[in-house]
Design a protein around this ligand. Sequence first.
Ligand code: ADP
Ligand code: MG
Length: 255
Amino acid sequence: MNLTVDHLSVSFSTVNIVKDVSLKVRNKQFVGLIGPNGCGKSTLLKSIYKVIKPRQGDVFLSELDVMKSSPKVVAQKLGVVGQFNELSFDFTVREMVAMGRTPHKGMLETDNQEDQSIVSGALRRVNLEGHADRSYNSLSGGEKQRVILARVLAQQPEFMILDEPTNHLDIKFQLQILNIVKKLDIGILAALHDLTLAAEYCDYLYVMKDGQVAASGKPEDILTKELIGQVFDVSCETYRNPVTGGLGIAYLETR
Ligand code: ADP
Ligand code: MG
């Protein structure tokens, strides 16, 4: 399933936050969205997953017109791992993950054996099978994030949006989450704050600044010291990391 965002603009009262953004994620492509804090990444992603209504523009998941479709129909295709995952009511970890099955169920349909085994499988994938009966609110930020990922895995989406999914995680779980997501082999659009991880995992990047797409391309083509300097307002040198063969970035003092 592919994603097409066409001339999307979002405003809050009179302030334009996302300005005429167009982007494309092809089937099975892992696409990263990078840019400084406040440039509009989360706002763009929220308008794609229907939490915010854009002022203008279109969003398509393959042939599905997201703006004109019900949340349930979109949720059968699209999984979302958002940035903040606090709950006012408490649920167990298993209950949280089981919610991922909801878009596929009728109104009064209860979970069957297949749902339960999908839920157990998702918990195993994120190494939380031992926490199934714990209360969600009692978990650490990183564990919560893995529960949310498990819920999305249980949803079996055909496309996934992630908003800085590794924010609360130590490096082992950052890599675990990115590896799990990459192996799904579906289209992914992910806002990522770590540029070297973005370069490592993404097939293609969109760079946002002030609500606009400032650059796009393959990580190795666009993540130059000039672009990083201009977009993030830091000076740095880039190099080929001798261990990974991938992009290395050495940050010098901020200008
Ligand atoms: P990013 O995810 O790139 O850090 P955001 O999309 O969260 O950026 O925010 C972009 C800008 O939009 C920020 O200046 C933020 O304060 C503003 N903003 C976000 N949500 C709202 C809102 N609901 N009302 C007004 N301004 C908002
Ligand atoms: Mg954000």
